[in-house]
Structures are given as C-alpha cells and as structure tokens.
Design a protein around this ligand. Sequence first.
Ligand SMILES: Nc1ncnc2c1ncn2[C@@H]1O[C@H](COP(=O)(O)OP(=O)(O)OP(=O)(O)O)[C@@H](O)[C@H]1O
Length: 640
Amino acid sequence: MKSIDTKYRKLNLTGRFFDGSKIYFAVAVGASLATTALNALTPQIFRFSIDSVLGGEKYIYLSGHLWVLSLLLIGVAVLSGISQYICRSNTAMAGENFAKNMRDALFVHVQKLPMQWHDQNQTGDIIQRCTSDVEVIRNFVVTQLLEVFRTVFLVVISFVMMLYMNVKLSLVVLAFVPVVVLYSAIFYRLIAKRFVDADEAEGELSTVVQENATGVRVVRAFGREKFEMDRFREKNEIFARLWIKLGTLSGLYWGVGDLITGFQVVAVIVLGTAEAVRGAISVGEFVAFASYNTTLVWPIRGLGRILSDMSKAGVSFERVDYIIRAEEEAYTDSDRRTDRKETEGTGRPHKFDICFEDVNFAYESGKEVLSDVRFSIPQGSAFGILGGTGSGKSTIVQLLTRLYELKEGQGRICIGGRDIREIPLEQLRGCVGMVLQEPFLYSRTIRENIGACAPDASMEDIRRGAKIACVDGSVMSFPDGYETLVGERGVTLSGGQRQRVAIARMLLQNAPILVFDDSLSAVDSQTDSMIRKALGDCMKDATVILISHRITTLMGADQILVLNHGRVEEMGTHHELIERQGIYRRIYDIQMSQDDRQQMTAEAEECREPAAEIHSDSQSVSGDSRNPAWQEGGAEDGGI
Ligand SMILES: Nc1ncnc2c1ncn2[C@@H]1O[C@H](COP(=O)(O)OP(=O)(O)OP(=O)(O)O)[C@@H](O)[C@H]1O
C-alpha cells in the first residue's frame, strides 16, 4: 500500500514539474519514434540491395534500379537526421524546463519551511537535494524515459521484421530476451541500496566542504586545519569507496551482459548461416536479420542502465520528496486569507505594545528554555533584556517573530492586544525589524545590502540609514564606497562594520518594533553609545527591544528584564535594579569597576567631541532629542 502511495506521489510530482514541458516531451517522443522507424528501414534497403546482386531470379527486377535504393538510403538518412534534431532540441527544452520547475518549487518550499526543519537538516545536504538530485531526476525522466519509449518501439518493430523474415531465427533471439531482462532486474535490486548510500555520502561530503568554506576563519583561528582535513579525508574515503563498489558492480554487470549477448549473436550467426546455406533465407535477409539483431541487443542490454538510472532517480526522488513533503511553517487561518486588507483582526496590527503572558517554551530537544515568562512593553518604549549565555534571550525574540511557534498551553504573546498567532506571518514579520549578533550579509554591494529590505530606497535613504548606524564614514573610506562588494557573509567587513550595516538595513525597513539581539556587541562602547543616541533621535515612536550582556547598552532602557535560566529573575528600571541588590547589581558591580566608571566618564566626555568618522556620521543625524529613554541612556553613559 505504502509503495503504491509512493509511486503515485512520484508520478504526481513528475507530472507537476512537467507543467509547460509536456508538449516538448511529446514532440521529442514522436521524433524519437520516427527516427527509430526510419532506422528500421535501412536493413531492408540493404537486404534488397544485396539480394538484387546475389539473389538470382527472384530479385532480378531490382538490379537495374540500384540507384533508387541508393536514393532511398540517402532520403532515410536525411529524414533520420531531421527527426534526431527535433528529438534532441525538444528533449533539451523539456529537460531544462522540468529541472527549472523542480528547482523553483524546491527553493520556494525551503523558504517556507519552519526553523525546526532547518535545525534538523544540514545545509550541504539541502543544497545537494536541490541541485545534483534534481539533475539525476532530470536525466532519468527526460533521457531515459524517452529511451524506454524508443526501446519498446524498437523491439516491437525489429521483432516484427525478423518474424516476417524467419520465424525459427526469431525464436532464438526471443529466447535470450527474458534472460537479459531477468539479469538486468537482479542487477537493479543489487545496486539500488548502494546508490542510497553513495548519495548520502555525497551529502555528508558537501556538508563538510560547505562548513569549512563558511567557517574558514574559525578553522584557521583555532588551528583546526588538520582535524578538518582528517574529517574531510574520512568522508571522502567513504564516498570514493562507495563509488568504487558501484563501479565494480557495474563492470561486472556489463561484463556478464556482454557474454550473454555475445552468445546470442553467435547463435544467430551460426543458425543464420546454416539457414542461408540451406536456402531457407536469402543472403540479404540474413544480413538484414543480423542487423536487426544487433540493434535489438543493445537497447535490451541498455535496460540494465535504464533500471540502474531508475534506481538512482528513485533515490533522488525520495530525497527531493523529503523536502517537498515537509510541512511549511504553521500558518494560521488569518495567514491563509488572500484578502490582506487592514481590517480589524486580520491585517497588520495598529498598535505595537508587546505582551508575553506566561510563556513556557522548549525546542524539539525537549528541555524547557523559557518558564513562566511574563512582561509587557508599552509602545514607543525601550526594553532591555540581560541574561547569561543560554538563558533564553534570543528565544524570546524568535518567538516574537514566530520563527518558532508557541503551542497550545505554552502561553500567549500579543502585539497591540492581538495574539501573534492571529496576525498573518508576513504582516507580523513586517512589523519587527531585527539585527542579530552575527548578522548575515549577502555577497552583494553594501548599497544592495542596506537596501535589501527596501527595494524602493534611494541612495539618499541608504546613506541616511548608514549615518544613523554610524557606518557611513567607514563605507565612504572604501575606494568603491557603497558599491564595495561584501564577500560571502560579509568577510571583507569587520564584525562591528557588519553589525552596523545590518542596523542600517533594519532602519530602512521602517518597522515599528526594533530588536537588537546583542547587535552592538562588536562595536566599542563609544560607538555603541553614539548609535543609541542617533537611533533615539530618529526612532522616537518605535518599540525597542535591546538584548545585551553590556549594562551600559541597557541602562537607558525604560524597563530591564533580567533572565536567569529561562526565568524572569528581576525587572525594573536601571535605578530600581541597582537598588534591589540582586543579580543585576552584581553584574553591574563586576562590569563597572572603579576604573571602568572613570573610563566611561572620560568616554562620555569624548562623546561630546566624537572621533572623525563618528563625528561626520553623527552630524548628519538630524533632529532634537526625541526619545527620552534612549537619550537618557546616552546621558547616563556620559554621567557616570
Ligand atoms: N534551535 C534550537 N534548537 C534547540 N535548542 C536551542 C535552539 N536555539 C537555542 N537553543 C537552546 O536554548 C537555550 C537558550 O538559547 P538562546 O539562544 O535563547 O540563549 P541566549 O540567552 O540568547 O544565549 P546567548 O547570550 O549566548 O546568545 C540554550 O540552551 C540553547 O542551547
């Protein structure tokens, strides 16, 4: 039952990806059959040509018309060439369309898969499923499937001709067919499992390469080259060994196959010669028969290749289907609405206060990461979150944007009084601008990176965002300015520059809720303070969530939440928390040694006379002090 279901899914999937290519495929099949039919005529022309010379009385009428046979041969060759061309060009179009549809569908689907799915699947393996597996399927569906049609037609047509010429010899040929088919089927079963192993080994090898290419700095910094080389060698060894086994098996298949077909050809030649000597068959007929036999032998032998390709394609189908089958992010009823008008209760929220109500959360691994988390953030205020590594700070913002979903009974998160599960995902995420500690930058120019979320942004807008994020000066110092190409994941920029480019990108998104997830960690305290001041100026209405390990980054927030092992330990303003003598106070004391306090005072003084780059950046940030909370933070920085 399961296998019928799987086969049906495969057919369904194939049909779906053939959209727009069916006509090309049909023309290719038609042209291939025409070529086969034309080729089947050639042995008959040879037969009549030979018999007209050697065949005596019976064919005497042809001897004066050999030129007609020559013309026929030329005509068949020309027509065969034309139909070959039509077949190949249409096959290429059908194949490329098919693969394109498949890649499109996979890419779009992967975009919609939940974070849990991405957590459980390796990037290298996903890439392989979307590229080489698609190629294997394309190759089979377009090339081999066509071959199946051609083979069946060729076998039928050749066999009819052979039967027509000599029944006894035809039966000899026929006797070998089940042997070859059975042999191919056994081979197919043997090889199928090995293809699964080889494909999986390739996925693992790709993952090692991908991880090393992206993590090259870490590998070098920790001197992990040898370890990584050994890891690669091990995977490479397994991969090579599996393909060698496959190659050996294939060699055995073709060797034994050659032997079987060799026997068949010998049998036909010996018996055919005897029949010709006996006069039961003319020399021309014998030559034509041998020719049909040869054309018949190869496609039947090719059945093994078709079956082995089928097994490869079957494995690749499973792997691609694994992605297609994966459920997309949990969409609520409101997500499915096509009418995205801003009607009450369905569209984008109108208010942006945030409320976490008794939130408990665990990832797939099962351990509870957040327990009874309860807090609210009024619209337009700044909210700081402080907590140790792994205390659940990032989880809070991942839940806010529904990158991970709260299940029934795990509490509620509201924006503007509405449960976020009722807000369409697109609208929800459009409301929240986020900068991560290690922001991802595209391998494009800085201008394109900053404008990535705002396609209509002008150069002026881009520079305004960059100035607020205090990165305009650095960018302008590059020879190519905003056209500077950022290497993969921004490797040509420093960590702090990457964070600031990401902040500029977020600013252009114009979101009413802004989340800074430890996103000022790579900039120095002075620049951190400058950026916060500039942001405070221009983001007066935004609801801001600041996550940081640095008390100076958080102290100006209206409320600060201290998270300890997923629980709310303390909450209040900086002054309240200092007075409380709890964890916050202890961290404050550790971070603010007397020396630091003095240094901070000096830095704050300097802030009033910023360094060249920062000065030029900050000067361009216009406006008065409009976000009291943030400005207060700046003042406190200065005041200590
Ligand atoms: N995708 C995930 N799948 C499973 N567990 C996760 C996942 N993301 C985080 N965790 C676990 O959840 C806990 C909280 O992680 P989280 O990233 O929220 O902490 P954090 O306070 O932001 O830490 P840091 O300050 O180091 O960034 C950690 O124990 C972490 O291992």
